[in-house]
Design a protein around this ligand. Structure first.
Ligand code: CA
Ligand code: CA
Ligand code: CA
Length: 306
């Protein structure tokens, strides 16, 4: 199918989707998709480190600068996650034997999930603890830049694969749930900016963003990721509704599921993401904006804007 045929089919999908309900869905990248790094013109380029099998790690979608993760997934340890991890594939160009680490570049920021995505200070002294072995670093309100630590050594063929631990601490300074000690981190979406470092900070990545969903619906996660990807990380356009850096049929389906028609307001908060011209409805105008950024299986131009 050529591009016009795909778009024409997509229009039919939209027009036929008036009664579909928006579904809650997680935003990608799904599965084992870590922060990938490789050497590139004297700095570290980031991308998606995809580990399906230990012997088959790939670096995909270079230029990715935003990752998502979630707390309250594991009932036994709800305020701990080790995702995303960090990886480099064989042939990454990273010098063998050098140390890979990170620095924290921002305070821990927070959005409560209501209205448009908007991040500000945490609301109840929450902090993010990043732990590896005996080393700990903390991000909270007013912490700003925090020098991190090394967590991996590049192998002889240029590989690393390591996970550090992330804990979301409540105002009581621990990751123990309220059911056990009466206090835990407020539900919402948390955001931190970091950089990956190589060889004692002599080589750095561009800033990257990590988003942690703490107990909210996945679709609110999607709103935050969409907004951050289009406005801060600048690695994907707003029309990438399902967060895979492509504007493709799946995004048309997401828009179709929220289609209301001209001047008919969307009511499901999950559908804010599909209102690309922010006029309160999801109609042909929004579809036209998506169509303009359509990229199919290729990465979409991040600068494509409504
Ligand atoms: Ca607690
Ligand atoms: Ca997409
Ligand atoms: Ca609209």
């Amino acid at each position: 199918m050529n591009r016009n045929a795909i778009v024409a089919a997509a229009v039919r999908t939209v027009l036929g989707a008036l009664v579909l309900q928006a579904e809650s869905r997680a935003c990608g990248p799904q599965g084992h998709r870590d922060i990938g790094i490789q050497a590139h013109n004297g700095h570290l380029q980031t991308g998606v480190y995809h580990l399906d099998h230990p012997e088959n790690a790939l670096l995909l979608d270079t230029g990715t600068r935003l990752w998502s993760s979630a707390f309250q997934v594991n009932a036994l340890d709800p305020f701990f996650t080790d995702k995303p991890g960090f990886g480099a594939v064989a042939g990454s160009g990273l010098p063998p034997g050098t140390q890979v680490g990170f620095n924290i570049l921002s305070d821990l920021l927070y959005w409560d999930g209501t209205g448009p995505a908007h991040f500000g200070p945490v609301v109840n002294q929450e902090r993010l603890r990043i732990k590896f072995g005996f080393q700990n670093r903390y991000a909270g309100t007013g912490t700003g830049f925090v020098a991190g630590f090394n967590f991996a050594t590049v192998t002889s063929d240029g590989e690393i694969h390591q996970h550090v631990s992330f804990f979301l601490l409540g105002a009581d300074g621990n990751a123990v749930p309220a059911s056990q000690d009466g206090l835990q981190a407020t539900s919402g979406i948390y955001l931190i900016q970091i950089e990956v470092t190589l060889a004692a900070d002599t080589i750095k990545s561009d800033p990257i963003w990590l988003v942690f969903n703490n107990g909210l619906d996945d679709c609110l996660d999607c709103l935050a990721l969409n907004d951050l990807g289009a406005r801060m990380a600048m690695d994907r356009p707003p029309a990438d509704l399902d967060f895979d850096r492509r504007v493709a049929r799946s995004d048309v389906d997401s828009l179709a599921a929220c289609f209301t028609g001209p001047d008919l307001p969307w009511t499901n908060p999950c559908c804010r993401i599909a209102d690309l011209d922010s006029d309160g409805d999801v109609d042909q105008s929004d579809f036209g904006l998506l169509q303009r950024c359509f990229s199919g299986e290729s990465l979409a131009a991040p600068e494509c804007r409504p």
